[in-house]
Design a protein around this ligand. Sequence first.
Ligand code: COA
Length: 260
Amino acid sequence: MSYQNVLTSTTNSITTITINRPDKLNALNSETIQELHDAFEAADADKDSKVIIITGSGEKAFVAGADISEFANYSVDEGGMLAAKGQKILFDFVENLSTPIIAAVNGFALGGGLELAMAAHFRVASENAKMGLPEVSLGVIPGYGGTQRLPQLIGKGRAMEMIMTARMIDAGTAWNYGLVNHVTSLEELLPFCNQIAGNITNNSMVAISAAIKAVNANYKDGVNGFETEIRQFANCFGTEDFKEGTTAFLAKRKADFPGE
Ligand code: COA
């Protein structure tokens, strides 16, 4: 499928989704949010796609935020709808996707850009990356999950400071905070993410999607994560992947997971 503002390509079972509005620093307008939803949904449905890397085009920005020009004149109701729809079709959708998603943060990740990176399952940044939630400098607050996911990832005090000051942190600070798992040069960013993705694709994708559900359960209101873990753990015993994984181990050979 082809999109206006999003590029996709799949090699070695790894799909790269690239947000492609470099002249607007890849800012997320509603069209791009819808296209990203469609691209993630298509990759998740594709049996040949086992890991997704999300990144931004150009050397300057991952995503410099939601498109300010689009919502500058919105009313209270329109603002509410913008956040609710965006969270549903993109940010929550990404977090809960069965296919693992790595955010390759290749420059500015601000506002909705950092929120998208935080919705991904984990993050790798290039040395030039700058991350922040600058919304209060515009008279608004993060609306795509930033007030929830940033404290989950770096702790309440650091999140409060970042949100209140609206200041950006550099890649080293983001690594120190645990916001990104690794920092690489800009040239090494995608090769390095592909290397991690390659390590993931050796494993059972059925088990990985169960693990995503169990880990995410820890962050859902009214859901007992330990019970979710027991249920997901038990379900694995009924899968072909489990049979293959345990049989291969006992036969001292490499597992070849059927993905069922
Ligand atoms: N929404 C809409 N357009 C944006 C944008 C956003 N969030 N971020 C950048 N752009 C556009 C700029 O308007 C400019 O467009 P133009 O060339 O048509 O004027 C283009 O992208 C390049 O940005 P520019 O500001 O000229 O680049 P810079 O290197 O001087 O500054 C930033 C980079 C990231 C510091 C600056 O663009 C910025 O502060 N962006 C907004 C960040 C933000 O507040 N995000 C949260 C939104 S809720």
